[in-house]
Design a protein around this ligand. Structure first.
Ligand code: NAD
Length: 478
């Protein structure tokens, strides 16, 4: 797989480059071009030209057709997308084939459909007379695109999260300059080929590769020609992007980090809660923003739950690596910190030995710990790896207090058979998403996003289209 920039309808890979490392065995598997400030500038200029030309003139029907063609194009190259995603991230093939790539197709189809369902509003007004403006009027509100949109995505669900923004941005009529994570350039490059073949006017979608800080990411988010920024990644990166964008007062939509809690009440279906917690803590080796890193269990079932969770975590097989040596080291540093902070290890805590080429890769063991105070850094900070801390609680209020005592607020899971309790507790958990007796069950129309340090704004359905467009009110005296 050769990573390429796609600027103004042309593929290129000139300029500096860096090595692409296979996280499954540590080998070098290619090179990635690093976009210079000039290349980023060309991409923004190409996007602006597209808005002034054919893409700006494309009506909703034409845009919906383009989105459907892109979805069909990904579907036609399904296996190539799966291969590329697996090679870049090391994630289990089944995950890429059942989640990442189908969701990317779904993202384009969903926004092609939603585009037509968008109501535009009209109000008739009869104002008795103030400021000399008395009279009957018809107000109507139309939505116009924001313009050139910068989209920056992370490495954990590379294609899914990139298309989750690209699809609504294009649906709303914007021109896009996207920068995927430097760790995962391959599916984004394939997507550019699909978009090229779908016949979008040149410049409607542009792709630049490269690093973030002091590099392509910063050149893009600080560019005066960018009208809005949609970013998914770490909270600290979000803060850096905001500072960079502040001079131009560029609007932002941020999906950031989390330290997601699960609350397991003693009345829960414990089998389901255990299965759900194994999935929520260890899917993609904990490298999903929605993964659970804090589990609070009602005291009467605490010991049994911890023992069984440890057994299941210890028995996991076929899991993927951390994305990079650097991230593996970060996760392991939290395993050592947990030890220093006094944690009891119920499962994992180290590096697995496979006796094959995976020993050169970036694997860590699925890990379950207990016994830490809430003030411990391991309980407070996002690790973004396969680790969860389990702590007991006695009352509903205590559980809520523990769950909410976090700088983050992305997602939570409640496990209970008591319907009244579920309704009572769910709205009081300070997260943007609350799952009850499930985890990561997603309807693409629902609002997705976090509170506190976990983000700004919501994505999904109408919410994304709202962000990627501007309402303009027209008032006509009649
Ligand atoms: P990251 O913040 O390190 O990088 C994300 C992207 O930002 C990359 O493309 C990177 O090159 C770019 N970037 C880095 N510094 C930049 C800068 N100064 N200016 C502009 N761009 C910059 O995140 P990551 O390590 O790729 O992903 C993991 C993080 O993402 C975790 O914190 C996770 O919780 C979060 N995440 C959140 C969601 C969500 O929906 N809330 C989803 C997935 C991941």
């Amino acid at each position: 797989m050769k990573a390429e920039h796609y600027v103004g309808g042309a593929f290129r890979s000139d300029g500096p480059s860096f090595a692409l490392i296979d996280p499954r065995d540590g080998s070098e598997r290619g090179v990635v071009p690093e976009a210079t400030r000039e290349i980023v500038d060309e991409a923004v200029t190409a996007a602006r030209s597209a808005l002034r030309g054919a893409w700006g003139a494309a009506d909703a029907a034409r845009r919906a057709t383009a989105l459907r063609r892109i979805a069909d194009g990904i579907e036609a190259r399904f296996d190539a997308f799966v291969d590329a995603e697996v090679a870049d991230t090391g994630k289990p093939r089944e995950l890429a084939a059942t989640v990442d790539v189908p969701r990317a197709i779904g993202n384009f189809r969903a926004y092609a459909d939603l585009l037509y369902g968008r109501p535009e509003r009209a109000y008739t007004t009869s104002v008795p007379g103030w400021s000399g403006g008395a009279g009957e009027a018809l107000n109507y509100t139309v939505r116009r695109p924001l313009g050139v949109v910068a989209i920056i995505s992370p490495w954990n669900l590379p294609l899914l999260l990139l298309t989750w923004k690209v699809a609504p941005a294009l649906a709303a009529g914007n021109a896009v300059v996207a920068k995927p994570s430097e760790e995962t350039p391959s599916t984004a490059t394939l997507l550019a080929h699909v978009i090229d073949a779908a016949g979008l006017p040149s410049g409607a979608f542009n792709l630049v590769h490269g690093h973030g800080a002091d590099a392509a990411g910063a050149f893009l988010t600080g560019h005066p020609g960018v009208d809005a920024i949609a970013f998914t990644g770490e909270s600290a990166t979000g803060a850096a992007i905001m500072r960079n964008a502040a001079d131009h007062v560029t609007p932002v939509s941020f999906e950031l980090g989390g330290k997601n809690p699960a609350i397991v009440f003693a009345d829960a279906d414990l089998e389901a809660a255990l299965d759900g917690t194994v999935r929520s803590s260890f899917t993609h080796s904990g490298q999903i923003c929605l993964c659970t890193e804090r589990v609070y269990v009602e005291r009467p079932v605490f010991d049994d739950f911890v023992r069984e969770l440890g057994k299941r975590a210890g028995g996991l097989a076929g899991y993927g690596p951390m994305i990079s040596a650097e991230h593996r080291d970060k996760v392991l540093s939290y395993y050592r910190l947990a030890e220093e902070e006094g944690a009891a290890f119920v499962a994992g805590g180290g590096v697995p030995e496979f006796g094959d080429e995976r020993d050169g890769g970036f694997y860590v063991e699925p890990t379950v710990i207990t016994g830490l105070p809430e003030s411990a850094r391991t309980v407070k900070e996002e690790v973004f790896g396969p680790i969860c801390h389990v702590a007991p609680f006695d009352t509903e209020d205590e559980a809520l207090g523990l769950a909410n005592d976090s700088p983050y607020g992305l997602a939570s899971a409640l496990w209970t058979r008591d319907l009244s309790r579920a309704h009572r507790v769910a709205p009081r958990v300070e997260t943007g998403i609350v799952w009850v007796n499930c985890w990561n069950l997603r309807d693409l129309r629902t609002p997705f996003g976090g509170v506190k340090a976990s983000g700004i704004g919501r994505e999904g359905g109408e919410y994304s289209l709202d962000f990627f467009s501007e309402p303009v009110n027209v008032c006509i005296q009649i």
